[in-house]
Design a protein around this ligand. Sequence first.
Ligand SMILES: Nc1nc2c(ncn2[C@@H]2O[C@H](COP(=O)(O)OP(=O)(O)OP(=O)(O)O)[C@@H](O)[C@H]2O)c(=O)[nH]1
Ligand SMILES: [Mg+2]
Length: 497
Amino acid sequence: MTSSSSHSQDTKRLAQTYPEGLRADALMEEDVARSHEIDSTWDGEQFDRSDRAALRRVAGLSTELEDVTEVEYRQLRLERVVLVGVWTSGTVQDAENSLAELAALAETAGALVLDGVIQRRDKPDAATYIGSGKAEELRDVVLHTGADTVICDGELSPGQLIHLEDVVKVKVIDRTALILDIFAQHAKSREGKAQVALAQMQYMLPRLRGWGQSLSRQMGGGKGGGLATRGPGETKIETDRRRIREKMAKMRREIAEMKTGREIKRQERKRHKVPSVAIAGYTNAGKSSLLNRLTGAGVLVENALFATLDPTVRRAETPSGRLYTLADTVGFVRHLPHHLVEAFRSTMEEVGESDLILHVVDGSHPVPEEQLAAVREVIRDVGATDVPEIVVVNKADMADPLVLQRLLRVEKRAIAVSARTGRNIDQLLALIDNELPRPSVEIEALVPYTHGKLVARAHDEGEVISEEHTAEGTLLKVRVHEELAAELTPYAPTPAL
Ligand SMILES: Nc1nc2c(ncn2[C@@H]2O[C@H](COP(=O)(O)OP(=O)(O)OP(=O)(O)O)[C@@H](O)[C@H]2O)c(=O)[nH]1
Ligand SMILES: [Mg+2]
């Protein structure tokens, strides 16, 4: 093989990384075409896993590129991977846990992890992330294992990505791109997809230069392009940038509109004074499983990270019969790329406005404290520190009892449960009942039988202290929220003379 032909192969390979953009674009077109009702509670597609795995043809961002089916693209991009981390601080165990998490993320994205290497350095190398000597060694690992992709455990600068690619001669992606890829595979709602697409474009924009160069090399120096939309004197890369910026602006507008729709729904829930509980926690902690356990709802549960990206809201009832809403949320992960925090702020806002947070943590993890801390950082970020929190230590069935003890000692309001076996779920339900805000007004009312609806609402939305069926109607002694109290007041029995 001559060096020039191997070079052109590499070039081609690099060019294939570009579908990041294709994908963002394709997702967007799809969104525009879709006309689902804007509804944050809509989760009708949580079940179609086969659909998610199925072949879907994605249209290109630029018509100059060959279309790549998603499956081909996936095989090209994330088939056989080698992981690389730079260990700058903490213990070797910390570094290994971090790489293990990266491996789990890579597998979630559909990759086969062949090997993982950690490099001890004071700080990542400015040029190649791991340093040029190590990069050569990494090249050997890549050759030896037959990997086609290297995934770095961090966020690399566009320059670092290019330099490292030049040495290892296969695609190099970073943790951010990996998380974005998983998000793109899993987002289901219109809003979720739009947010991911926007984050992908944002991530891609500054990185276009490197990939764009490879791209124009592949296309013969960009001479034969003849793209109709290209302005005078505009290079391919400039055209791409401009188009992406335009799309991003459009996308932001769309997201803002969707947000209004969700806001209205939320206000409605607020108005009805139904207390809301948000299930938050690290990815794969078992949030969706817990939601299922607590409500018997059929929400997708998968042993994969980020199985849930769209908020799912269910109605539930406390043991004492009070109604509340229970919302499943997207999982958190350490070092969540900043613009993803932004992109998913909307789901997290929901957490901030809830009356109670069930903070689920995986008790079978070696250091659940780290996950707790990472999630709390985000909770702080969205200003949700005032919301009461119950720490739900899940997977108690396979957790180390010592770890459970340790957690329960440190956390004030905590309970160890198993969503799988149902252990302690009753106690958790009682705890929720206890922690939900209590309706504030105590009132007596004699409700005529013609107004049975009011009685039913008192049961659902308030706490019935006593109930008596008299000749004139139902005599209620209840504790309810102000709005319902106002409706009951006309029926308050007149004091006996
Ligand atoms: N052993 C055991 N496994 C559990 C328990 N709860 C959940 N799991 C498993 O943990 C995995 C993740 O569960 P999910 O409910 O999807 O977790 P999640 O927090 O919603 O995850 P994301 O939506 O991906 O962030 C699944 O394989 C579950 O079967 C439990 O109590 N015990
Ligand atoms: Mg989930």
